[in-house]
Design a protein around this ligand. Structure first.
Ligand code: SF4
Ligand code: SF4
Length: 483
């Protein structure tokens, strides 16, 4: 593939995507049919159609909406950092089209183009046609042989789906090993492999503290959240895996903030939203996570009527808002998924700025100069930009500074920091430079992957600053002297 041109199939030396470290990958096969990147026997691994801004489209037609104008090029972090056309949005869309048409012969180059995408969606925000490049890239990944077939990842997703308590038990063992200074032993024992989270050894290294009580366990014991004799509720809290299993303080802060601003609510007792399964090639599992969460929501709705389902990780909120896309070929589940999606709210958009109230001056002084990083799945995935800024400006006043290139990805992108460490580091460095340029002390974020990634960068490069989740910030500054 020629980096200075549209993809042409030339081999890159570093272009092998390893879905399973023991397997190299190729493409599962191309077919003459212009809409067939994969055989019918592989259809279960893929989305039936994509729901784009221009309507429902088959994969090829969605990619063909890219007219190669290049307007998005300067928004794409991987292109801006490398100058390589093949790892730009235009290059990736063109690659997908050529693969479907049988014109691209180099599976390794395709794997590189797809595996290096951050799925940030900055290209789609910049694009007049709103070409859904992240979804197109994921479909390309799903056609790579071995993608989603890693035994440990399969086992972990299956355990999370069917025996979340067992998953939690293994996770606690891994955390205990970290707390006792034995993370390498845990790795050797295969705990991280069992958990199946790509790069978890490195991931937990990026997180300073790990909880031994998960948020769901704590919330279940909160008498205020008991459905009990309640007849109506103003909200239900959906605990995404990040806040539930790793950043417990985020989940607890969100619930306190919800109680403070919106009164009576409940804990949804949800499962994982399915995003991990969706992004790592297990789309049937993602559908099953979605079905079970939809059924849970419907049960609650039958009891309490309409209520918003609040999530505090923008990646999960954006994914759940797109549940319908998982079921476009399923007449029974499609409308149910659509109704569920309509109830989902990101905590970032839930608090009305006019109700933000006032901040505790001491807490605000402690926070110092405050800025806001747009998590990709908040701004590009859900179009949320204005609401959190207005709330933060209302609370922080003159302490608030706008972050240059605030919607430039931080490089976290789920497990991207661990699967593509070099690109991730370069993307992060630009974010850190921008944070330093406004001399921020507190960087407010809305996704747990950004929280881990930005904090791991700040600890090394700019230790006087720290990233905090939106809920944690609001909870802290609207404490006893605030609203
Ligand atoms: S993705 Fe959109 S903005 Fe980018 S090259 Fe294609 S049509 Fe142009
Ligand atoms: S999703 Fe992000 S990294 Fe991927 S092509 Fe679009 S802008 Fe580039």
């Amino acid at each position: 593939m020629n980096d200075n041109d549209i993809p042409d199939g030339t081999q890159h030396p570093d272009s092998r995507l390893t879905a399973d470290s023991s397997e190299s990958v190729g493409l599962s096969g191309f077919h003459g049919d212009i809409n067939e990147l994969y055989g019918h026997e592989q259809a279960y691994r893929h989305l039936h159609t994509l729901l784009t801004d221009l309507g429902e489209r088959k994969l090829y037609d969605a990619a063909a909406q890219c007219n190669r104008c290049g307007y998005c090029e300067t928004s794409c972090p991987t292109y801006m950092l490398t100058g390589r056309e093949t790892i730009s949005a235009r290059g990736r869309n063109q690659f997908l089209r050529m693969l479907v048409e049988g014109q691209a012969k180099d599976a390794g180059a395709a794997a590189e183009a797809f595996s290096t995408c951050l799925l940030c969606g900055a290209c789609s925000s910049a694009c007049y046609a709103k070409v859904p490049t992240p979804d197109i890239v994921l479909e390309g990944r799903r056609a790579l042989q071995g993608y989603g077939d890693n035994f440990f990842a399969r086992a972990a997703i299956n355990t999370l789906l069917n025996a979340p308590a067992v998953f939690g038990f293994w996770l606690k063992l891994a955390y205990l090993a970290k707390k006792t200074g034995l993370p390498k032993l845990a790795a050797k024992m295969g705990l991280y492999d069992f958990l199946g989270m790509p790069g978890l050894v490195e991931a937990e290294g990026a997180v300073k503290h790990v909880p031994l009580h998960f948020a769901a366990e704590i919330l279940r014991r909160d008498p205020d959240l008991e459905p009990g004799t309640k007849h109506a509720v103003n909200w239900a809290y959906f605990a995404p895996c990040g806040p539930n299993y790793l950043f417990t303080e985020v989940a607890l802060a969100t619930v306190r903030v919800l109680k403070k601003y919106s009164g009576e609510g409940i804990f949804a007792e949800n499962l994982c939203c399915g995003l991990m399964a969706h992004n790592y090639g297990r789309i049937e599992d993602a559908r099953e996570f979605a079905r079970r969460n939809i059924v849970r929501y419907e049960d609650l709705k039958a009891r309490f009527g309409d209520f918003p389902l609040i999530a505090d990780c923008s990646s999960c909120a954006a994914f759940m808002k797109a549940y319908e896309q998982l079921f476009t070929a399923d007449p029974e589940w499609r409308p149910r998924a659509k109704a569920f999606a309509a109830a989902v709210r990101d905590i970032l958009e839930f608090i009305p700025p006019e109700k933000a109230g006032s901040a505790d001056p001491a807490a605000l002084e402690k926070a110092g100069r405050v800025t806001y990083h747009d998590s990709c799945r908040a701004c590009h995935g859900q179009g949320i930009r204005r609401e959190p800024r207005e709330v933060l400006r209302a609370l922080a006043g003159k302490n608030y500074r706008e972050l240059p290139e605030s919607d430039w990805c931080c490089g976290g992108a789920g497990a991207f920091a661990f699967t593509q460490p070099e690109i991730s580091k370069k993307v992060l460095e630009r974010k850190l430079r921008n944070i330093a340029s406004v001399q921020a002390d507190t960087v407010v974020v809305g996704a747990t992957s950004c929280l881990a990634q930005i904090n791991s960068g700040l600890r090394e490069a700019y230790p006087s600053a720290r990233a905090v989740h939106y809920s944690v910030f609001i909870d802290a500054v609207t404490g006893k002297n605030g609203q």
